[in-house]
Design a protein around this ligand. Structure first.
Ligand code: KG4
Ligand code: ZN
Length: 366
């Protein structure tokens, strides 16, 4: 089964083509095996960087420009071609999907309108379009663990993984879930204010590091002392599985206000980055660990843009080892936004006979 996916929820335009081995059976303990045939990502970072964040209308303009270019790259044909190349490409697809949400609505609509237009292109080529379903960006992050190389190379079945605790840490969300099996999950908690990635971006801005902040805070943090400053660990001792990162961000702001020399000293800036990471990750790890214990989980699944942080991966891996549970995370390229994960989520939705309407839902949750 070949799935063609479109992702335009934020500042990456992405198209992917993935193949699912057709011997996957829903009621068995096996896991679906995916082959990513193509995963093209066109990043708009340079365009939004001068503004210190994503500008929705600029994102929309760039998606509109990038989508036909990526389509040509993935199919070898232009959208308005009427030749064998486009026909063969369209005919080879069994399911089309696009991110319905969450995300920036003007950006989401560009992807949705693109697949609606594809439907017309099938008709213009005298072909019947395959099923088209909306996918959920957060489900994409959640199921991106299926790209973990351990699943491809080791004999791992769903019995080794579930129940699992999943931690999604991105620029827009911080969510902890209990995943009972491939199709069923329950949200345990989420951030009540800023997302973890958002806090990274804001701290980077305070330190004049640039945008997006996560990788820059990580790079400088590697040179700093994580114990230099004792930033607060918001909600660490509360029973709930919710998070809050806005207080931590404000503590960094106050620290910089009270220590004006920091901004002129790379070593002190590195200490702020390392101490901020230590505080943020402490909360993520302690809450995940508590959930693992409470629900007797067999594994922890880490995903989202912040999961590209090597220190976070190392710390979660260590905690998983101590708790004697397995640790899964996708390869780095599938942590930040990409259409391959949107295709995987669509496949799971397809198995459940579900799918989201082809309408932008900026606030869609999991
Ligand atoms: O999942 P993602 O690409 O987009 C959303 O769905 O939000 O996540 C982007 C977020 C940004 O806030 C970015 O700063 C953060 O992920 N990020 C990182 C790292 N790489 C990306 N945060 C910490 N360390 C990193 N290495
Ligand atoms: Zn994302």
């Amino acid at each position: 089964m070949k799935i063609f996916a479109v992702e335009t929820s934020c500042d990456e335009t992405s198209l992917a083509l993935i193949d699912v081995k057709n011997n996957f059976k829903l009621n068995s303990n096996q896991l679906p095996k995916f082959r990513v045939l193509k995963n093209l990502v066109s990043s708009q970072i340079k365009i939004h960087a001068p503004y210190g964040g994503v500008v929705p209308n600029l994102a929309k303009r760039e998606h509109l420009k990038n989508l036909p270019i990526l389509f040509k790259k993935i199919s070898g044909a232009n959208l308005d071609d009427k030749n064998a190349k486009i026909k063969n490409f369209l005919k080879s697809i069994d399911l089309i999907t696009v991110t319905s949400g969450p995300g920036l609505e003007p950006a989401l609509w560009t992807g949705i309108n693109f697949v609606l237009n594809l439907k017309n292109i099938y008709k213009q080529n005298n072909l019947t379009p395959p099923k088209i379903i909306g996918s959920n960006h957060l489900l994409g992050h959640l199921y991106s663990f299926l790209f973990d190389s351990q699943i491809k190379t080791k004999k791992i079945s769903s019995l080794d993984i579930f129940p699992a605790i999943a931690l999604i840490v991105s620029g827009g969300h911080t969510i902890l879930l209990k995943v009972n099996d491939l199709l069923n999950y329950k949200k345990l908690g989420e951030t009540l204010d800023d997302a973890c990635g958002e806090a990274f971006d804001k701290v980077a801005r305070m330190l004049n590091l640039g945008y997006p902040g996560g990788p820059l805070v990580e790079k400088l943090g590697n040179l700093g002392n994580p114990k230099a400053i004792n930033f607060p660990r918001p909600m660490l001792n509360q029973k709930s599985y919710n998070f809050s990162f806005s207080g931590l961000k404000t503590s960094v702001l106050y620290y910089l206000r009270d220590h004006k020399n920091v901004l002129n000293d790379e070593k002190l800036k590195a200490d702020v980055c390392a101490s901020f990471e230590e505080a943020a990750f402490d909360v993520l790890i302690q809450k995940s660990k508590r959930a693992i214990k409470e629900f007797n989980a067999k594994s922890i699944l880490l995903s989202g843009g912040v999961a590209a942080n090597k220190l976070l991966r190392k710390k979660i891996k260590k905690m998983a080892k101590e708790e004697k549970v397995l640790f899964f995370a996708p390869p780095f390229i599938y942590n930040t936004d990409n259409a391959a994960m949107i295709a995987v989520a669509a496949y799971i939705l397809f198995l459940k006979n579900k799918g989201f309407p082809l309408k932008a839902r900026g606030d869609l949750n999991i």
